[in-house]
Design a protein around this ligand. Structure first.
Ligand SMILES: C[S@@+](CC[C@H](N)C(=O)[O-])C[C@H]1O[C@@H](n2cnc3c(N)ncnc32)[C@H](O)[C@@H]1O
Length: 471
């Protein structure tokens, strides 16, 4: 090899400047305008300093801009002093982004998940568990003040939590991107954030996620036929169900996907016969074994669910209630333990698969099994009113929007007690307020930390109704 001469060095020097124009301009003293990504562009020249007062119902921190306007800030902690930039307005409400944390609030911690800011699932991971507990009480309080017509919260509200708030999720809903990678949807966008490990998911779900992260190109092409994918874990066989949700107009064969998942995974396709017939089993109090079809609703935090079910049965026994109607029964999560506790009742759900599974469990265990009905809660409760039936307990565990339309009918069944299990504090506050307006008394309000690291919670409200309170 010939030694490098002066001409070679000059050429290398020029090539470096050619390939690094920004560096060259800086070295030569010329001004440099660094391009900012579009989403970082600010409509205000300077970041504004904001003190974060509390966590708002959606999980954002809430503070005031220097002019006094309320601003919602993602990943902000109560007590934070922060510089906020990129303030935008949606429907007249200001949203900002943290530019820097000048002073941390007392419960701010470093989130342990590396993708928490992009995936958006664990929107309170920057708060300690105690900070999350406080935030959830504030969210509940806020709902009761704003929507519950100023209804005061009971003096004693229990908060039930288990463990360290990690590895609790037994069910994950994943999205598939155009390259066949799976992940969560980033907040307020349709972009899939690939996930190889989710710290709040049960270990078996993470085994499946790790496998999906290293699929061959061929397997990825197969996955591209799916819009979404649900992973459902249980302690008992089948321990893992992979539920494929196909893209529109695509028909899938489960057997083609089996090799994509850990051994012994049951793969089912949404809407198939197996979707309604493949069951997973969960332990409930009093040795009840819940059987949940792949297509049916199941609570995602099994440990907390056991506490919730146990507390409800305890509250019912304490009041010596004898009959019940469970209007949003799913697969019998509450119905079966209530029957096992010697109550008699009716169990309603609009989804047939869950009700049929619950009925089989009741029959096999020697419990009454003629009270399971598939249908709309309001329609069936109205039929009970027409038949002049009465129940000591009406139990309502509705979807997020709550039980507003069903409550007037529920009252006509003249229950001693109405128990509401709610995942949305705003719907809960509205529904409980209407029961209180009908003469009810809130006897118990318990917050279950069903979804640690997020602003979500499950609340059990037990409202006692006076005799003859029906409208
Ligand atoms: C939050 S889940 C609760 C299920 C069950 N209580 C549990 O703990 O697993 C709500 C249930 O309400 C059912 N549902 C939704 N709308 C309904 C309606 N209009 N009438 C009856 N059931 C309904 C859903 O199928 C679902 O099973």
């Amino acid at each position: 090899m010939r030694p490098r001469g002066q001409a070679d060095n000059l050429l290398l020097f020029l090539a470096f400047f050619w390939r690094n124009p920004t560096w060259t301009r800086l070295r030569l003293g010329f001004p440099v305008h660094l391009k900012q990504p579009k989403h970082m562009l600010d409509d205000r020249p300077q970041p504004e300093v904001v003190y974060v007062e509390r966590i708002a119902p959606g999980g954002d921190g809430l503070g005031r801009l220097p002019q006094g306007e309320l601003v919602f800030i993602k990943a902000a902690a109560p007590g934070d002093q922060i510089e906020v930039g990129n303030v935008t307005r949606r429907k007249g409400i200001a949203h900002g982004e943290i530019r820097s944390v000048l002073q941390s609030g007392p419960e701010r911690i470093e989130p342990i998940c590396p993708i928490t800011s992009s995936c958006g699932g664990c929107n309170l991971m920057h708060l300690s568990l105690e900070g999350q507990r406080q935030a959830k009480f504030e969210i509940l309080d806020d709902a009761f003040r704003r929507v519950g017509g100023g209804l005061p919260l009971p003096e004693k509200i229990e908060f039930v939590r288990l463990g360290d708030g990690l590895a609790y999720r037994s069910r994950l809903r994943l999205h598939v991107d155009r390259n066949g990678r799976v992940g969560f949807l980033s907040p307020r966008s349709k972009q899939v954030v690939p996930v190889e490990r989710c710290l709040v998911a049960e270990p078996l779900l993470n085994t499946a996620l790790a496998g999906l992260a290293v699929l061959s190109d061929e397997a990825r092409r197969l996955l591209q036929l799916c819009d979404q994918l649900e992973l459902r874990a249980s302690e008992l066989e089948p321990r893992l169900i992979a539920r494929l949700i196909p893209k529109p107009k695509v028909s899938l064969q489960a057997r083609h996907f089996v090799s994509l998942f850990p051994p012994d995974t049951r793969v089912v396709v949404e809407g198939s016969v197996d979707d309604a017939q493949v069951l997973q089993h969960y332990h409930l109090p009093d040795d009840v074994l819940l059987s949940v079809p792949a297509c049916a609703f199941t609570q995602i935090n099994q440990g907390i669910n056991v506490s919730l079910v146990r507390d409800l049965v305890k509250a019912v026994k304490l009041r010596s209630l004898h009959s019940f109607v469970d209007a949003y029964a799913g697969s019998g999560n509450f119905t079966l333990p209530l029957l096992a506790a010697d109550l008699v009742g009716e169990s309603i759900d609009c989804a047939a698969a869950g009700i049929l599974a619950a009925r089989s469990v009741a029959r096999d265990r020697g419990l009454p099994f003629d009270g399971f009905q598939v249908g709309d809660a309001k329609v069936l409760l109205e039929s009970f009113v027409r038949a002049r039936r009465r129940f000591d307990l009406v139990l309502l565990d509705p979807p997020r929007h709550g039980a507003k339309d069903v409550l007037p009918v529920a009252l006509r069944l003249q229950p001693q007690c109405i128990a509401i299990v709610a995942c949305d504090p705003v719907s809960l506050a509205r529904d409980v307020a209407s029961l209180v307006a009908a003469g009810g008394t809130i006897e118990q309000l318990t917050v279950y930390d069903m979804f640690p690291q997020t602003h979500h919670m499950e609340v059990l409200a037990i409202v006692e109704m006076p005799v003859g309170s029906a409208p």
